[in-house]
Design a protein around this ligand. Structure first.
Ligand code: UD1
Length: 416
């Protein structure tokens, strides 16, 4: 049952509630390691990446109790510093535990982290920046060990913007000695959420939401109860699927203020959007219009995580367009799969040229990463005939239950 069968060519109609954010909950869960006592995290999505993160926390000695989307984490008995290789191996965000564990325990031994295969995704900048805070790193072929006394605040001038590095440095800095400056810091909403969580717990962080964060280390943090915001990428996924298949859907709880570039792009491609207090009403009565060009970038630019979904919308349109990927070098992995469904797409370096042939047909296709997998499901919904998307486990890393959500939206879709 690692596949999804879709009977396509039917408009979407209905409403679905948007889950809590994956990319916000993972660093917040890592941050609980910095706090002695029990933190309660609400609206934590029930996805496999969260499951792996909780397993990692348990393996480090945390007591984890989960009641649906509420997670209680007690970090009183933290001890173990060797992390289970299988969980580290599947999830890149396990690197986030590095800064937190060094701050709390002074040492950590781990394998190189995994995650979606969407480019080289090295961790060189993580390690280099932490070395600047007094961390000794010993690299091995399959992993590394890192040690430090109390971390030392420092001024980081990063060569490029990285979400993960910014998060790791925040986690390392909140309990460090002295002041840490991170510049340029990533400005993704998930970074703001992490900072808000830490400030509630007693951290001193200035410049939240800007490209320069200043963190004054404190001696300790205190347990809090905290709610994770809705997932802007999941909301964008259902929006894009409606653009591809047509219809009218209400995205309950969609975080409108964090979706500006995606909403702008959707409007450009002809989607009708009514922004309401508790969500977004999406109306797509015609095929998507061509959008000409689309360039991904760091927030607030168009998110790389939404790129493959909009590629499907462009393939369904009957006008040509191109996408330039500026964050990850290998994020066009769905192109050969979309070709099986009749799409005409040419890739040259970091640009994909989409012919826009007005429609797709059903096929058996293979998910190779999380967002690409969701995009193939959207393609299946838009296509004439039946499609099967294999490797569902990639999709389950980030979506609570994509089959049920699309069923709420009237799709004919089932596990296969
Ligand atoms: C995070 C998100 C991911 C999103 C990405 C970009 C989480 C769990 N994941 O991933 O969904 O697509 O931001 O918005 O929040 N790089 C290096 N060396 C390093 C670190 C990064 O070269 O040490 C490169 C990467 O290969 C990539 C670029 O920097 O080309 C940006 O990556 P980064 O922002 O770090 O992405 P992640 O934090 O992995």
């Amino acid at each position: 049952m690692d596949a999804i069968r879709i009977y396509g060519g039917k408009c979407l109609e209905g409403q679905t509630r948007i889950q809590g954010s994956k990319n916000a909950s993972l660093p917040v869960l890592a941050a609980t390691l910095l706090i002695k006592g029990t933190c309660e995290i609400e609206n934590c999505p029930e996805i496999s990446d969260v499951y792996h993160m909780l397993r990692l926390l348990e393996s480090l000695g945390c007591k984890v109790v989960r009641e649906g989307t509420l997670v209680r984490i007690n970090t009183e008995q933290l001890s173990e510093c060797d992390m289970p290789a299988d969980s580290v191996g599947v999830m890149r965000s396990s690197i986030m535990l590095l800064g937190a564990l060094l701050a709390r325990l002074g040492g950590v031994k781990m394998e190189y982290p995994g995650g979606c295969v969407i480019g080289a995704r090295p961790i060189d900048l993580h390690l280099r920046s932490l070395r600047n805070m007094g961390v000794r790193v010993e690299e091995r072929e399959d992993g590394f060990s890192a040690y430090a006394g109390r971390l030392k605040g420092t001024r980081h001038r990063l060569p490029f913007i990285s979400v993960g590095v910014t998060e790791n440095l925040i986690l390392a800095a909140v309990l460090a000695e002295g002041t840490t400056v991170i510049e340029p810091a990533a400005r993704e909403p998930e970074i703001q959420t992490l900072c808000e969580f830490l400030v509630r717990a007693g951290a001193k962080i200035e410049g939240i939401g800007s490209g320069c964060l200043t963190i004054q280390g404190v001696d300790r943090l205190f347990p809090v109860r905290f709610g994770v915001p809705a997932d802007r990428i999941a909301a964008g996924t259902y929006l894009a699927a409606c653009m591809c298949a047509g219809g009218q859907v209400f995205l309950q709880g969609a975080p409108v203020s964090h979706m500006e570039s995606v909403l702008l792009q959707a409007r450009r491609m002809g989607a009708g959007l009514t922004l309401e207090e508790n969500g977004i009403l999406v109306t797509c009565r015609k095929k998507p219009a061509g959008c000409g060009q689309l360039v991904t970038g760091c927030y607030p630019a168009f998110p790389t995580d939404m790129q493959s979904l909009f590629m499907v919308a462009m393939a369904v349109s009957d006008q040509p367009g191109w996408i330039e990927e500026r964050v990850f070098e290998n994020r066009f992995r769905i192109v050969p799969e979309l070709r099986k469904m009749g799409a005409e797409i040419t890739v040259r370096e970091n640009r994909a040229y989409i012919c826009g042939r007005g429609g797709l047909h059903g096929a058996i296709v293979q998910a190779e990463e999380l967002r690409g997998g969701a995009a193939l499901v959207a393609a299946g919904l838009a296509a004439q005939g039946t499609s099967i998307v294999t490797n569902r486990h990639y999709i389950d890393r980030g979506y609570e239950d994509i089959v049920s959500s699309f069923r709420e939206l009237g799709a004919e879709i089932e596990p296969a």
